[in-house]
Write a protein that binds this ligand. Sequence first.
Ligand SMILES: Cc1ncc(COP(=O)(O)O)c(C=O)c1O
Length: 381
Amino acid sequence: MLDTTTLRAAQYSWMADEPTIYLNAASVGPMPRVAVDTADAWSARRARPHAIPFEDLLDSAATARRQFAALVGADTEEIALMPNTTYGLNLAARALPLRPGVILAFDGEFPSCVYPFQALGSRGVELELIPRVNGLPDEEALVRAIVQRDDVVAVVVSWTQFATGYVADLARIGHACRSRGVFFIVDGIQGCGVRPIDLHALPVDVFASGAQKWQLGPWGTGFVYVRRDLVTALQPLDVGWACMKSTTDYTRLTEYEFDFFDDARRFEVVTLAYHDFAVANASTALLLDLGVANVAAHIEGLTARIVDWAQSRSDTRLVTPADPRRRAGVVSFAPTELDAMAARLTAAHVSHTVREGAIRLSPHVYNTIEEIDAVIGVLER
Ligand SMILES: Cc1ncc(COP(=O)(O)O)c(C=O)c1O
């Protein structure tokens, strides 16, 4: 069980001082105190770079890879540090050995699951969107298409959708892909840090996530997981100095040995944001320490209350699936009086977003059931 009171006092003391009820982790996760302190300390050090041992920089990156790996049940060698989710999805789009054919995705996905794959037209790879049913992804149709068609070369889905909060069944889709030799790519940002995941137990080939939302990290940090057997099979398309083995020895840089790292570091192209990753490390360590399973249970207690409320209202349509297995931290609902309800939330300092014609609430580990009840009170007014 999580001790939210202690967590809030230690990491989010501003929440006791301000009227804000922060229900917007699906947009930006608030950094915990420990991350803010790390940022301050690194900024001070950054002003005097000569005082930062080189090993500390390498350690910042190595710790980030190790902790992100722990967060998703991967090996460190399968993790490359990225500035965000979309870069990892681009890696999948451009480096996977895709033969000409069709990539399938759900209509309604965040654009980063769409544009990088639409861009492959000149290679004879077309993106096809599976139409929504009642506003939600049609997983039946997707799996049917994977197993029945011969032209499907890859599938890309969000683990959790940004607007509907729908959680895809990664095992089911992945097994269908695997049975047909189809690559399976996952945008993990709306699920990572909300729910536990064991990528080694799932038929996922590439999984990308930025750390700026549910992982409570700074902007500009994230990672991509590439399944071990694929790491050396992918030819990095962006080639820099940092993806080569020779990077580890600064005395040999001009020997120009064209030899990629054998692990996922081969996809890291440039000098890394050591400073920002050090901050992300503080946030990831906190999540790992709390235990993502505990975080998930806490969030489920909060989201279930919102789901129950939305279902009890005749003037409000629950957009997110009611089934707890099919939702994570995002709950969206569409009231008939959308603008008025959103305005009431804003006036009451409830941080939320309106996406695709619905109000989206996204509580995280620091929120309390009392806050959710207060928000429901505002919605009922
Ligand atoms: C599903 C999904 N993917 C990706 C992103 C953002 O991508 P990036 O981390 O590349 O900025 C968002 C942000 O809202 C998102 O909801």
